[in-house]
Write a protein that binds this ligand. Structure first.
Ligand code: PLP
Length: 376
């Protein structure tokens, strides 16, 4: 099977697997336990915390371990609900783990940021809105999981900072694919291991001083996130991220090459299958993601996924959370697409290890299916 669904979950990397197996042997004790074994687990966690903090550029005690990005996002939404009263700016580009809790606990305080047709938030509007005053927080996903479009989170972070407004960034699809520096200057940052080769069920959250926790009932993480820490998961996540950080630091040109490869592939796709539209183009996008609107055909996206699956390719219809459910994507709606557009959307998301030949094979399969559907 050729796997093109890394944005949903990334297979465990060999280094992460090795680190997990070694950690369960070496650190069997609860980090909160008072004996030496407990202290050793606690020490391993604190070394891991220092490394993640250094990659982000923030103090080590600002990093909390979580069960993933859904928990992390819910945690900072919960903080905003308790700690502030004014409007919170956010857009339809957010993952459901931000959008849904925000509309539930912030309700009428949510104010929609406009989104440009290529899937980027309108920074000018944000700047003007912040100048008008009374805003409590700005929220922006770093890279959208459905389209791969990169958001101007650094600009929005700085605008929020100048206005004295809290800024929260869901960096789940960014971390492990692009450099992490500067993320630590956001007030809140969420990420999860299984988007970059670490295990499922572990992540981290960067919090500011005065964070108001919602998960209570234990003294862990200095009372800011109750629940026994997942030591092996954290060490495995850090091993996976270390590999990605090294790759990113070692070869900046490689990212440009990967983008060029993606764009050449898109050009070939569009010439072989007329009518394919690429969501988010020409905005900067993740090097690994191609979100294609296929030409109209009945029950379109499901038929594409099933046919590609039969030919040995795992692809997705968009976010993992909405796969298989015929609901219009709020991401596409916020980009001004009609509700039916998500029914034609297929997402191809590769990994660091995906060879160019796998993209060639994928294209051949798409062309074959397009011929069967009478689209070429
Ligand atoms: N945020 C974004 C942008 C995501 O892509 C995802 C996963 O699809 C999440 C949050 C949720 O992450 P987790 O699976 O760790 O809860």
């Amino acid at each position: 099977m050729q796997y093109f669904d890394h944005n949903a979950t990334y297979p465990l990397s060999p280094a992460a697997r090795e680190a997990w197996l070694s950690a369960v042997e070496r650190f069997p004790a609860n980090p909160s336990s008072p004996h030496r074994w407990g202290a050793r687990s606690e020490q391993a966690l604190s070394e891991a915390r220092a490394r993640v903090a250094a990659w982000l550029g923030c103090p080590a005690d600002a990093i909390l371990w979580t069960s993933g990005a859904t928990e992390a996002n819910n945690a900072w939404v919960g903080h905003l609900a308790q700690a502030s009263r004014g409007p919170v700016l956010l857009s339809g580009l957010e993952h459901p783990s931000v959008r849904v809790p925000a509309s539930r606990v912030l309700g009428g305080r949510c104010e929609a940021m406009p989104v440009l047709p290529e899937g980027v938030v309108a920074v000018d509007w944000i700047a003007r809105r912040l100048r008008r005053g009374d805003v409590s927080a700005g929220v922006l996903v770093a890279a959208n999981n459905e389209t791969g479009v990169l958001q101007p989170w650094r600009e929005v972070r700085d605008l929020c900072r100048e206005a004295g407004v809290t800024f929260a960034c869901d960096a789940s699809q960014w971390v492990g694919k692009l450099p992490t520096d500067g993320l630590g200057h956001c007030d809140f940052v969420s990420a999860c291991a299984h988007k970059f080769g670490g295990p499922v069920g572990v992540g981290f959250l960067r919090v500011p001083d005065g964070f108001l926790p919602s998960l209570r009932g234990g003294p862990q993480e200095d009372g800011r996130r109750a629940g026994t820490e997942n030591v092996a998961g954290v060490l495995s996540m850090v091993a996976a991220l270390e590999e990605r950080q090294k790759a990113l630091a070692g070869d900046v040109a490689a990212e440009v090459d990967r983008q060029a490869l993606r764009d050449q592939w898109i050009a070939r796709l569009q010439s072989e299958v007329p009518g394919v539209e690429i969501l988010g183009s020409p905005a900067p996008r993740l090097w690994n993601t191609v979100a294609a609107l296929m030409p109209p055909a009945a029950d379109c996206r499901r038929r594409w996924v099933v046919r590609l699956d039969r030919l040995g390719f795992a692809v997705s219809t968009g976010s993992a959370c909405s796969s298989g459910k015929e609901v219009p994507s709020p991401v596409l709606e916020s980009m001004g697409r009609p509700p039916g557009a998500s029914d034609r959307m297929i997402r191809f998301s590769s990994g660091w290890e995906t060879p160019p030949a796998a993209w060639d094979e994928l294209l051949r399969a798409i062309v074959q299916i397009a011929s069967e559907f009478g689209l070429r």
